[in-house]
Write a protein that binds this ligand. Structure first.
Ligand code: SAH
Ligand code: SF4
Ligand code: F3S
Length: 471
């Protein structure tokens, strides 16, 4: 693209609003860091900007607005933002030399946690906007265009979802057959290592009617699988149609009545909030996929206590047994932290033992990262970096072995997959297994959105291979 300023058309009305071709159209590039909730928020921010005439672009060089949707969970994640901002500052300078404007916005959890510091450390930033205030983004940009450096990180009294535009059905359709839907945000659990209660605020559940409306819209636009999101999604609570108290289990029962909605998932859960109704939903609902991300973090009771997880290793294992009794084919996924302050070799080995007992199909593991402002940062006896690295390596080797075993165990099985997107080779599609694996199979692109039966015939590094069968 040339960097010349394109003259305005003679009449503004004459300009056809075809995305990307109208010189009046502003383009936004959104870079998403962090968790699925940020992915969802980026989509909603894109939609809010679309109603202001912005189109999203995949090419940062052609963007009039670059928006970083940031993550604060570990130090590395937060530092990435500042190095990206350094590069953007250069880009903005070059643009200015060519007479072209470029705005920079920082959204998400770093914005919430370090708003003022971002403005201080990164003078090129025009707008800082938190995860609970991004419905105000269009207005914030207007103010920034008038020369203000805007910071919007106060928790809004109004509900952002009530103020965000509804996504056009055509736009939903263009995004594919699976979708995220945020039902709960924030966290009141205050695990001693974690920034989420500070960046996302206290726990809030979206009301049932709002969730149902959004789910129906998604399904009407062709979505077949919805993943409910929340930092503590199983703490969701609301009111049923008669004003009765509902939990996530009830919500799943209700959502599975939506005609055309074939599959439901939810993430991320806390072990303390896995109630009986939710486990029952796993037993009875065929729409609820047999996959559960249930982080435990550590296997030592002393460490769990110091983390403020408020359960023991044994309680977690018992819970897993109950869930497996309800849904024997359920695949489990987890998160782990190694090297929490004071963690001894023996305590770390308790984590390995727990992993051996549970057997995970998938897992995420991290070195403990000290986060300013959290109680963990105040603890003495921080574990040395080399010790953390060595423990992480051992844990990951075990988790990877289990992941391979799980994938190998799928070979020969006949399963249903949801055809999702084009595959690597022509004539192939990628489908999603009930256990969230990518499955390569011969199929036509007109079949995207169909659920078909396949036999798994092999495994690749990150996916499975299957052949179609008639059932
Ligand atoms: N609400 C979820 C977790 C959300 S954060 C839960 O309670 O399980 C996602 C994961 O990041 C956590 O499960 C944890 O494993 C990891 N994490 C959070 N804070 C961290 C820190 N300070 N250092 C290393 N990993 C961390
Ligand atoms: Fe963080 Fe704990 Fe809340 Fe999960 S439950 S978001 S780990 S404070
Ligand atoms: Fe990161 Fe915020 Fe998600 S800190 S993990 S983007 S809730």
């Amino acid at each position: 693209m040339s960097d010349q300023i394109i003259p305005l058309p003679a009449t503004a009305e004459a300009a056809a609003p075809v995305p990307g071709t109208n010189p009046n159209t502003r383009k936004v590039f959104i870079k998403t860091y962090g968790c699925q909730m940020n992915v969802y928020d980026s989509v909603r921010m894109g939609d809010a900007l679309a109603s202001e005439g912005y189109v999203t672009t995949e090419a940062m060089e052609e963007a009039d607005l670059v928006l970083l949707n940031t993550c604060h969970i570990r130090e590395k994640a937060a530092e990435k933002v500042y190095s990206a901002l350094g590069r953007l500052r250069e880009m903005k300078k070059e643009r200015a030399a060519n007479g072209r404007e470029m705005m920079i916005g920082v959204a998400g959890c770093v914005a919430q946690a370090e708003g003022e510091e971002i403005l201080r450390r990164a003078p090129a930033v025009d707008v800082v906007i938190g995860p609970q205030t991004y419905h105000r983004l269009p207005e914030a940009l207007k103010r920034a265009r008038q020369g203000e450096r805007v910071i919007e990180t106060d928790y809004a009294v109004e509900d952002k979802f009530e103020h965000l535009p509804k996504t056009e059905k055509a736009v939903i359709r263009s995004r594919g057959v699976t979708s995220f839907l945020t039902v709960q945000e924030g966290c009141d659990k205050f695990c001693t290592f974690c920034v989420v209660p500070y960046t996302r605020g206290s726990e809030v559940s979206r009301p049932l009617s709002q969730i149902l409306d959004e789910a129906k819209r998604l399904v009407e636009a062709g979505v077949r699988e919805i993943t409910l999101l929340g930092q503590n999604v199983n703490a969701w609570h609301g009111e049923g149609p008669k004003g009765e108290a509902w939990g996530l289990g009830d919500l799943l029962y209700r959502l599975s009545e939506i005609p055309g909605l074939a599959r439901l998932r939810y993430t991320t859960s806390h072990p303390r909030d896995m109630d009986d109704r939710l486990i029952e939903a796993h037993r009875h609902l065929r729409t609820l996929m047999p996959y559960l991300h249930l982080p435990v973090q550590a296997g030592s009771d002393r460490v769990l206590k110091a983390m403020n997880r408020r359960h023991t290793a044994q309680e977690y294992i018992r819970l897993i047994e109950r869930i497996r009794a309800a849904r024997p084919d359920i695949a489990l996924s987890g998160d782990f932290i190694v090297g929490f302050p004071g963690e001894t070799e023996a305590e770390f080995e308790d984590t390995l033992r727990l992993v051996e007992t549970v057997r995970y199909a998938q897992a995420f593991s991290f070195k403990y990262s000290t986060r300013p402002g959290t109680p963990g940062a105040e603890l003495g006896s921080q574990v040395a970096e080399e010790v953390k690295a060595e423990r992480l390596e051992r844990l990951q080797a075990l988790l990877l072995k289990q992941q391979h075993e799980f994938a190998e165990g799928c070979v020969g099985k006949v399963i249903d997959i949801l055809l999702e997107k084009p595959g690597r080779n022509a004539g192939q599609l990628i489908g999603r297994s009930p256990w969230l694996q990518s499955v390569n199979v011969d199929a036509k692109s007109s079949q995207i959105g169909d659920i078909i039966s396949v036999r798994i015939i092999g495994t690749g590094p990150n996916s499975l291979f299957a052949e179609r069968i008639e059932r």
